[in-house]
Structure formats: structure tokens, C-alpha cells
Design a binder for this molecule. Structure first.
Ligand SMILES: C[S@@+](CC[C@H](N)C(=O)[O-])C[C@H]1O[C@@H](n2cnc3c(N)ncnc32)[C@H](O)[C@@H]1O
Length: 279
């Protein structure tokens, strides 16, 4: 039997992120889970990892609006939206991520309504939100199209979906993952496709999780948003480490914004912005 059919994908998601919260390895040496620790993770996200993010996401647009974030991690984007004045709600399969996000917001005297649950069976009522935001999440769930239909259902007429997915036609996917790790280092025959891709996610040595990882072309990502109107995609996120040597060495002296300008069309995230019809 094909092993992928026997894997419980939702259990793998919980194993992966309950044990290794997303982005925790980027924290500085402040006391774990202190306000300074969360702040160092958030600073790393917007200053080092993805400086393109605040400009592309425009968190400040959602003041006094009802926002659902699906897949919250340590709560960095959740906090950005809350600081902008949004009324925040969180949905995640990881109880740890919900706990971290509540704690991160509490450090700023802010709150969120967190629900442990599955984006494919979204527990929120129809027409509840002005924005559904999700970054780096829905490519891990087996039925992404169903999760996007649920996004449409919980949005109010005229509401916006802002969803970031892994981009197939990227330097990181074709050059680093497929060519370098998969073919030249024999990762495909040695580990198999699912494990090779799952190792894109940081995992500590004793974490046995093998989370599902899928990738989308720009048209493939847009096609998930059937039933929405004004579906737009953009591509972001390039770093020198997305290229195999010697290209990575040659690119290392350049800043992320410079690489983004030159090579951003092959970035690792495709961002979809789509609107639910007004009524
Ligand atoms: C890679 S982390 C990204 C977290 C955060 N957005 C960030 O960028 O740091 C993926 C998150 O999505 C959640 N997740 C994956 N599939 C899900 C699903 N079907 N329903 C709810 N949450 C899901 C995981 O539990 C995890 O919190």
C-alpha cells in the first residue's frame, strides 16, 4: 500500500508544530516566552526573514474589522493585525500555537478568540469576517480547495481572503529542493518525495513528524479561488540560501530587498488576494 495513504495528515500537522513552534528557532536569548522573546521572533520575521511582508500584506488596512487568521504560529502577524486595530480570531490545529498567540498578544494587553480546529471544517458561522488571513498554512492540509471554500463561506459579502502558499515555480523549489537536494544529493530515491518536501519545515532531531507539503503555480493557486471575484496573485521571498552553491555564495553579499527586486518573480510564496462578491 502507498504509505502516503496511511498517514493521518492532521495528526502530522499537530506533531510537527506542537513540538516545534514555527519560528521559535529565530528567537534571541531572551527568556523563552517572555515579551522580549516574542518580540525578537517578530523582529526577525519582518527585518530578516521577510522584509517584503508588511508592505505586501498591508495589515493596517483592517482597523476595526473582524479578522480570522488560520494557522497562527507564534502570533507575529496576528499581533500586527491586532496592533492595527482589528478584532482578532484564530483557528489552528496546534494547541501550542494558539497558546503562544494568546500569550504574545497578552504581552501587548491585546486579546484574540482562539479556536482549536480544522480549516477544512471551519467552525465559525457563515459571513463572520471582513478578512480571512492565512500565511504558510493551507499547503499543509490535504484538501486545500475545501479549506478555501470554507474561507469563502465565513467571509462577509465584499470580504477579502489574503492567503500565502508555497510557490512551485520558485528558485527554492526547482533549484534547491528538486535539483540540489532531490537529485544531486539523491534525496528523492533515499527519502522519498513526501519526506524530502516535509524537511522544508524546521524540525528538531527527536520530532518524528512528516507534515504534508504541497506547492502551487500562480495559476494553480488562483484556480483554488473559484467563486471569488477580483482574484490577484503576487510572488515574493528570495534569499541567497534558495540557490545551490556556487550561486548562493555569489548572491550572499546582496540584501534581501535587492534580491527581491532582481529575482522576486521566482520567490517562494505566492500571495492570493481575492474578494467575495458584495451580495
Ligand atoms: C508553517 S506554520 C505557519 C504559521 C504562521 N502562519 C507563520 O507564518 O509563522 C503552519 C500552521 O498551520 C496550521 N495548520 C495547518 N493545517 C491546518 C488546518 N487544516 N487547519 C488549521 N490549522 C492548520 C498548523 O497547525 C500551523 O500552526
Amino acid at each position: 500500500m502507498n504509505r502516503s495513504h496511511t498517514i493521518d495528515d492532521k495528526a502530522e500537522i499537530q506533531k510537527q508544530w506542537d513540538r516545534d513552534p514555527c519560528g521559535a528557532v529565530t528567537a534571541d536569548n531572551a527568556e523563552a516566552e517572555s515579551a522580549a522573546w516574542y518580540e525578537s521572533v517578530r523582529r526577525h520575521r519582518y527585518e530578516v526573514y521577510a522584509p517584503w511582508m508588511p508592505g505586501a500584506m498591508r495589515f493596517e488596512d483592517w482597523k476595526e474589522r473582524d479578522v480570522l487568521e488560520i494557522g497562527v504560529g507564534l502570533g507575529s502577524d496576528h499581533l500586527s493585525l491586532a496592533l492595527a486595530g482589528s478584532r482578532m480570531h484564530a483557528l489552528d490545529l496546534s494547541a501550542e500555537h494558539l497558546r503562544h498567540t494568546r500569550k504574545h498578544l497578552a504581552a501587548h494587553a491585546l486579546q484574540t478568540e482562539g479556536v482549536l480546529g480544522d480549516a477544512e471544517a471551519n467552525p465559525f458561522p457563515d459571513a463572520s469576517f471582513d478578512l480571512v488571513y492565512s500565511f504558510g498554512v493551507l499547503h499543509h492540509t490535504p484538501d486545500t480547495a475545501r479549506a478555501v471554500r470554507e474561507v469563502l463561506r465565513v467571509l462577509r459579502p465584499g470580504g477579502t481572503a489574503l492567503i500565502g502558499l508555497y510557490h512551485r515555480d520558485s528558485w527554492f523549489f526547482w533549484l534547491w529542493t528538486v535539483l540540489f537536494r532531490g537529485v544531486l544529493r539523491c534525496g528523492i530515491p533515499k527519502k522519498g518525495w513526501r519526506r524530502l518536501l516535509s524537511e522544508i519545515e524546521y524540525r528538531s532531531a527527536d520530532n518524528p513528524a512528516v507534515p504534508l507539503v504541497k506547492v502551487y503555480s500562480r495559476p494553480g493557486a488562483a484556480a483554488l479561488f473559484t467563486g471569488f471575484e477580483d482574484v490577484r496573485t503576487s510572488v515574493h521571498h528570495v534569499e541567497a540560501g534558495h540557490f545551490p552553491p556556487p550561486f548562493s555564495w555569489l548572491l550572499r553579499p546582496f540584501s534581501r530587498p535587492t534580491l527581491e527586486r532582481w529575482l522576486g518573480f521566482g520567490g517562494w510564496y505566492v500571495i492570493v488576494r481575492a474578494r467575495k462578491a458584495a451580495g
